[in-house]
Design a protein around this ligand. Structure first.
Ligand code: 0WD
Length: 255
């Protein structure tokens, strides 16, 4: 039996086949969900289309750069037209300039701070604002966060501060949207080697530390995140909202 049959879910943040969003999409598709993907720019459109085509059933692929309000408006209009009702939204997007992801946080520029917060935190609010009215049968929204939201971690810098804003947004959005039976949660994943991780200095040593110290003595795999995301999108998690769930092989309890 399938847990997401008849559910329409928007997935934002597939950049390539290593993206966490792609593993999430595979877990959702395996449970019968109908998916809509977005791509940030024409630069990645073809790659996202090719990946979407490998999934069973019909998928939608739509443009949306989350820094542009008009593109979010257009996305919501397209989803309304093609899906009618939306049941889920997966937000797996973040960005900071590489020069902000090394050295001292105290050196963060005004523009770098604003850009990281715009793409990595405000985008969840901006998209949720346009799509919760489509969740007329209730819904589930989730985003991706990291331990650097709570702890000052080497090189994570402004992204940690943006993730703190993102986690606080999850709580405020959950409180706003609960009255519409829309839940909002985050997954805090352990470090995974993706395109986004390439921007973080000394990523290899972070992975080694996790292998040594995490209770399960291994690093996080995207499929582990995908399956927890599937749980959050499904009715099995109906009592959970405003929460941050750790999918990190237990690292945060010891590290
Ligand atoms: O260790 C990791 N990889 C962790 C990642 C641990 C814990 C959390 N996360 C988070 C990230 O911070 C992010 O929120 O998971 C989320 C997904 O990240 P990912 O899968 O590691 O990275 P990636 O495959 O690069 O996907 C992020 C994507 C962008 O990729 P690129 O590399 O092209 O910037 O976010 C998207 C884009 O597809 N993105 C945008 N989408 C729309 N509009 C924009 C934008 N302006 N900017 C970036």
């Amino acid at each position: 039996s399938q847990l997401l049959t008849g559910k329409n879910i928007l997935v934002m943040g597939v950049a390539n086949d290593r993206s966490i969003a792609w593993a999430i999409a595979q877990s959702l598709a395996a449970q019968g969900a109908r998916l809509a993907f977005t791509y940030e720019s024409e630069r990645v459109e073809e790659r996202v289309r090719k990946l979407a085509e490998t999934l069973p059933g019909e998928t939608l692929v739509l443009p949306c750069n989350v820094t542009v309000d008009e593109e979010i408006d257009a996305l919501a209009a397209a989803l309304k037209e093609r899906f009618g009702v939306l049941h889920g939204y997966v937000h797996s997007i973040a960005f900071a300039k590489t020069e902000e992801l090394e050295g001292l946080y105290v050196d963060t520029s005004r523009a770098g701070f604003a850009l990281a917060h715009d793409i990595s935190a405000y985008s969840l609010v901006a998209v949720s604002n346009r799509i919760y009215p489509l969740m007329t049968e209730g819904g589930s929204i989730m985003t991706m966060t990291y331990l650097g939201a709570e702890r000052a971690m080497k090189n994570y810098n402004v992204m940690g501060v943006a993730k703190a804003a993102l986690e606080a947004s999850v709580r405020y959005l959950a409180n706003d949207l609960g009255q519409y039976n829309v839940r909002v949660n985050a997954i805090s994943a352990g470090p995974i080697r993706t395109l986004a991780a390439k921007g973080i200095k000394d990523f290899n040593s972070i992975l080694r530390t996790v292998e040594e110290k995490a209770p399960l003595r291994r690093t996080t795999e995207t499929a582990e995140v995908g399956d927890t995301a599937m749980f959050l999108m499904s009715n099995l998690s109906r009592g959970i909202t405003g929460e941050v769930i750790y999918v990190d092989n237990g690292y945060h309890i010891v590290g």
